[in-house]
Design a protein around this ligand. Sequence first.
Ligand SMILES: [Zn+2]
Length: 439
Amino acid sequence: MLRKTLKQIRLILSTYPRRHLYLLATGFALMLCIVTFSSMELDSDSSKESLYNQISIVDLDSEVNKDVFIPELIEFKKAEIKRNDSLFSILRRLGVIEKNIITLVNSDTNNLLAQIKVGKILEVEINDSNKVLSLNYIKDFKSGVRAQKTNETYKIEEYELLTEKSLVFKKVEINNSLYADGLREGLPDSVIMDLVYIFGWDIDFIHDIRPGDSYSLIYEEVFVNGEKKLDGDILIAEFLNQNSTHIAIRYKLSNGTSEYFSPEGRNVKKAFLRSPVKFSYISSKYNLKRKHPILHTIRSHNGVDYAAKRGSPVRATGDGTIFFAGVKNGCGNEIEIKHSEDYSTRYCHLQKFSTRIKKGKKVEQGQTIGYVGSSGLATGPHLHYEFHVNGKHTDPLRVKFPNAEPINTGDRKEYIEHANNMLSSLKNYQILTNSLASK
Ligand SMILES: [Zn+2]
């Protein structure tokens, strides 16, 4: 087909006189020239560029070339945010030029970097002309604010990294102390303290614990990119204390808050904390096998003694009003709190009172009211604590506390389902661990 048309063209051309053919060829060449030049005209910039490129390739040692080929020096800097720091003062300290900081601050239209907090970390990448290329304000292990240079401004946005959780089961038998035995089984400090908090309304960890008591729990570990970042919340815990069993299950209520409840839906929180001195102030010295000399007198004088280091905080065990704050002979510096018509508590031998503790002042459960001392008749620094019901001395370790509100009716049905699942999980773990231990 193609051969056929070429043959036909040749046949037509051969019929023209030679002079006509020359004219036709020149005309064709002329047209080609016009087309080529006009296209060069339109694209003059790129043609100039290619011209320069050609020159620079030849001129390898010139200074212009060094600028083109040496990569920009980028410095990575880190700073901790100090008291009275502003974004401006930190970046000045890191050597960033003022003009650039203003550009950065002006780009922060949503004020994401306006509320930086003391103690948090700021990471910056700075180029060799002291401009910020990127900035990372680290709020916690999984979130922060990032600024990225884009031409003459910055793109600033909050970020949140993906986290993964895994469950850990532990069973601890107490032989020496709840704390030491927990650590030995590999429980993190923070998880033991959470456990003490959760059962702090039911168990006095200083006086109630006996060798052979045990606890088991399931808690979360939080990972970011496969790296453990946090020992998370306890999901369920069981405490076997002198023949009584306490169980607490974490549950997220429909109002968004998380609380601990018994399997039946009673709040673990009660109107009174079992102990007025935090376990953490005593645990290091207190050992089940080595009774403190003061403790053996417990029952003889209507109260409970807590041997703790001088200056350890003493907390109000329940909400109430200061009824007395002053000096009484044997009791020394004393505070008495009236919690209701029926209940009051008394704290003796204090080193001093907290500021703002005066007769008539309202206090909240857990609030520090004073500090352990040895004022009055005391052989050494300790807190003498009394619990009165209807004006009568009552053993603070045995008194039944009024309950806080149980789980609300709206959340109850789903909670019971959740609680049953968690109880089965805990039981399965316990059986599994027992069977592994017996092998
Ligand atoms: Zn006492």
